[in-house]
Write a protein that binds this ligand. Structure first.
Ligand code: FUC
Length: 854
């Protein structure tokens, strides 16, 4: 039986007492709030005692497609709005065919070790001549002015991520005003509800503003905005959008005045906010935005506010409530969220770590639903027309990181927008494969946008990287490993196969070693030398990350072809080529080499840790199977250091979890949960967390949220290395807790409690059946409902979903001194499961703390 931790329950009650819920909330507002169960859900709430002063303090709501940032001002509310298909420009691909002849020239220079010349050539020729991708853009902002509310008191605003509801509540004199906002997961609109605890008190002026080209019309009793996406880098803005704001009044009256709506003396007001565009898909923008927006509003007219809210929260609960996490609680749980972040590393606040974990799941639910665009660099939340990095899809880490939580945190269907994008890219990417590299299949470089561009973006230093298709396609295979969904695999197999076909056609033979390498490419965004006149050299052949990516891609296709009983010869050809990829190499410093040659600099603290892809998200490097590589990879990460951009620290939480070092993973979590005040657009390499819990690169970038969410899951459970490893990297800071609903490969759902650092009870629900193998500290003895068999260390797991790669021996520099890492002593047990069955276990044994400080 899974028992809730008593102290957590007590803490939740004491927060309620401290802040007097029920006693201070007005009757009008609390009815709705209490109705949703929010008041009993305090651990899942972000809250603040003053309005947001900037965007990074405002609170996000979203339904995958429509987003809003809520500032919560008393006299003036700003709802900054987004719709996920509002981008600048028009259908296009930025492939530059003139690049083609220079690919061989750059490779010739690389293979003659003329690296600086190779970079010069690449800088001059290897770039798009049309554009570097289009920016994702805001709709604009709905402004709500409440005359006379400048003097307010008893203020509170919050985001209840247990119910996906934002709210604001305050008093002016003795009247309490309340607002509730959500972006409906059940209906195509954002809903705002305004109430007061006395009748006739709602006075409101509604207007709209936007940095986009737009016009505002008063259309009867509604605001109608007609806007267009921007022109950018020579492309005309051809996205058209319509936003309709329809107020529903209870009592009072509404008048139009100078582009605004004026509401007086209402008892309550509900706003329906719809936004639609003409976007059908990346090559078809012939939709009727106005008609769509009208239909969206029409679909909710006649529905009451409680009805709309209930439909939304019911939908949300079905996804969100699949996972629960308790890490314990301290008095800091009762503080406003920004204060908690400020104090996290000083005081410890396990409930904030759990909140941050769940906030990542909230953000994925709110920014990526089947049928929407995938979450971009800012998810769906962006106030700019020209945001940092255009808020596109950067695929040399960031987009992948956005989807790391999807499977393990039980939100598998939210992966779908990424798969749809992959289908598009497998079409547009044929152009870059054929016109630039003369290859079949498809490929992309390090960026794309809503138009699915696949040419080089930015100067060659960044843009000449060929691994986009190889990395993104891994998600297809990973989804299969978690779900066993053969029909899905069949549907997406062509995308996977053709990503591999590109590399099968384009790998180059490195003359000195005879290995097959990707060239010209780079180890994302990192230089291996800097020449005096300021030329930084990144362009290279056979980087470790590319080798690892192609290895995994080929392996996935070989396995998929076998499962689907297709393409036997192609799979054999891939297998032959896979054998000729460079091995991983351990360099003179005992480090995992980042490049083909031993160029690593121990002073290099670059944010990207690309060669550690083999540790996470891949499983090519393992403590028990490849101890030398494991040690070398760890040495590389030590050299890289901890503090970095938000997403880099998010990656490192996962990496330290995979290095079975819970305390170091926790240290990175502390680094990430460091409050960053809004610094405008300043871009630095010291990240952290904004007051609203958004990841600060800085500036805001959502990947860090998703990276840390996954990292926390990896600290508690891992399934990449042949078994389900329970509590592989539990930090000393979380001696007791419980988690419900994490998903392991093979479709095993894991619930467990732990105490004094050791797992105490475990429930495994098997979705697919098959062999379930558990890895535990050797001092623990499991017992339970199933016939548990001890397993000899190193024996293969008969469950296919737990297959591990056989990567071959690394090459080791004669100068390398590879220390023997002490590994935790673990034992493995396995049992046979049937689909849909649940199995419970208890554990006996002593001081069983696992993975705190390897
Ligand atoms: C990559 C990273 C940057 C930033 C950008 C969006 O280029 O190196 O740090 O995250 O993507």
């Amino acid at each position: 039986m899974i028992k809730p931790i008593q102290s957590l329950k007590i803490a939740a009650c004491s927060i309620a007492l401290l802040y007097g819920f029920g006693s201070t909330l007005p009757a009008g507002a609390s009815a709705d709030t209490l109705d949703s169960g929010a008041s009993v859900n305090r651990p899942l709430t972000l809250w603040y005692d003053k309005p947001a002063e900037n965007w990074n303090q405002a609170l996000p709501v979203g339904n995958g497609r429509l987003g809003a940032m809520i500032y919560g001002g008393a006299g003036r509310e700003i709802l900054q709005l987004n719709e996920d298909t509002i981008w600048a420009g028009e259908p296009n691909n930025n492939v530059n065919p003139d690049v083609a002849p220079y690919i061989d020239k750059v490779n010739d220079a690389l293979f003659k070790s003329e690296f600086t010349d190779a970079q010069r050539l690449a800088d001059k020729h290897l770039h798009s001549k049309t554009n570097n991708g289009m920016p994702y853009q805001t709709v604009g902002s709905l402004l709500l002015e409440f005359p006379g509310h400048e003097d307010f008191h008893d203020y509170r605003r919050e985001l209840d991520i247990g119910n996906a509801l934002a709210s604001v509540s305050y008093r002016v004199e003795d009247v309490r005003y309340s607002r509730e906002v959500f972006s409906s997961l059940a209906d195509p609109i954002v809903v705002v509800r305004l109430t007061a605890d006395r009748p006739g008190q709602i006075n409101l002026d509604l207007s709209f503003d936007s940095p986009q080209q737009h016009r505002v019309e008063i259309d009867g009793k509604r605001l109608l905005v007609r806007g267009r996406g921007g022109d950018h880098e020579g492309l005309e803005g051809k996205i058209r959008y319509s936003t309709i704001v329809r107020p529903e009044l209870e009592g009072g009256n509404l008048k139009a005045k100078e582009g605004a709506l004026s509401i007086r003396s209402a008892d309550a007001v509900t706003l329906f906010i719809a936004t639609a565009t003409n976007f059908n898909n990346y090559r078809d923008i012939s939709g009727d935005d106005r008609k769509r927006a009208e239909e969206q509003v029409a679909s909710v007219v006649g529905k009451s506010y409680p009805e709309l809210k209930r439909a939304h929260t019911d939908f949300y609960h079905k996804q969100f409530q699949r996972v629960a996490l308790d890490l314990g609680s301290t008095p800091n749980s009762a503080l406003p969220t920004d204060v908690r972040v400020k104090r996290f590393s000083r005081d410890g606040d396990p409930a904030l770590a759990a909140l941050y974990f769940q906030f990542g799941r909230y953000l994925l639910i709110s920014s990526s639903q089947p049928g929407t665009q995938p979450a971009n660099l800012q998810g769906i939340w962006n106030p700019h027309v020209n945001p940092p990095w255009e808020s596109k899809y950067t695929v040399n880490i960031n987009t992948e990181m956005n989807y790391w939580p999807a499977e393990v945190t039980n939100l598998s269907e939210l992966h779908q927008p990424l798969f749809s994008m992959l289908k598009d890219l497998s079409v547009t990417g044929r152009e870059s494969a054929s016109k630039i590299y003369g290859a079949r299949g498809w490929m992309m470089h390090h960026n794309t946008d809503v138009w699915r561009i696949t040419g080089q973006v930015d100067p060659a230093f960044y843009g000449q990287w060929q691994g986009g298709g190889a990395w993104l396609s891994q998600h297809i295979w990973q989804h299969y490993l978690y779900t066993g969904d053969r029909a899905f695999l069949q549907e997406y197999y062509p995308v996977l196969r053709d990503a591999a076909l590109f590399f099968a056609d384009s790998l180059q033979r490195e003359p000195e070693t005879g290995w097959l390498v990707v060239a010209p490419s780079n180890s994302p965004e990192n230089a291996y030398r800097t020449i005096e006149d300021d030329i930084r050299v990144s362009v290279s052949a056979g980087t470790t990350m590319d080798n690892q990516l192609v290895y995994d891609l080929f392996s996935a296709v070989i396995n998929a072809a076998e499962i689907l009983e297709v393409d036997t010869e192609f799979a054999e050809a891939l297998s032959h080529k896979r054998d000729q990829l460079p091995p991983m190499q351990i360099g003179r410093l005992g480090q995992l080499q980042e490049w083909l040659w031993d160029w690593d600099d121990p002073e290099d603290h670059h944010r990207h840790v690309s060669h550690l892809y083999g540790v996470y998200p891949s499983n090519q490097i393992s403590p028990y199977r490849t101890p030398e590589l494991f040690s070398a990879a760890k040495t590389s990460l030590e050299y890289r250091g901890d503090i970095s951009t938000g997403w880099s620290m998010g990656w490192k939480v996962n990496l330290w979890a995979r290095f079975l070092n819970g305390n170091r993973a926790y240290k990175l979590l502390e680094d990430q949960l460091t409050l960053v005040e809004d610094t405008g657009k300043e871009i630095t390499e010291q990240g952290g967390t904004y007051a609203n819990l958004f990841d600060a690169h800085p500036p805001f970038q959502i990947d860090g949220n998703f990276g840390v969410t996954t990292g926390i899951a990896e600290m508690l459970m891992q399934s990449h290395d042949g078994a389900i490893h329970l509590l592989p990297a539990l930090p000393d800071a979380w001696p007791q807790g419980n988690v419900r609903g994490l998903v392991a490969r093979g479709g095993f759902v894991v619930d467990m409690t732990w105490n004094e650092g050791a797992v105490e009870s475990l429930t495994v629900t098997s979705r697919l059946g098959g062999n379930c193998r558990l890895r535990l500290p050797s001092s623990l003895m499991p017992s339970g409902e199933a016939d548990l068999q001890p397993v000899a260390r190193g024996s293969a797991n008969p469950n296919f979903f737990f297959s591990v790669p056989e990567r071959g021996k690394p090459r080791i520099s004669p100068d390398a001194d590879i220390g023997q890492l002490p590994l935790p002593q673990v034992s493995e047990f396995e049992f046979t499961t049937r689909p849909g069955e649940t199995y419970q276990f208890g554990f006996s044994g002593g001081e069983a703390k696992s993975g705190g400080s390897l």
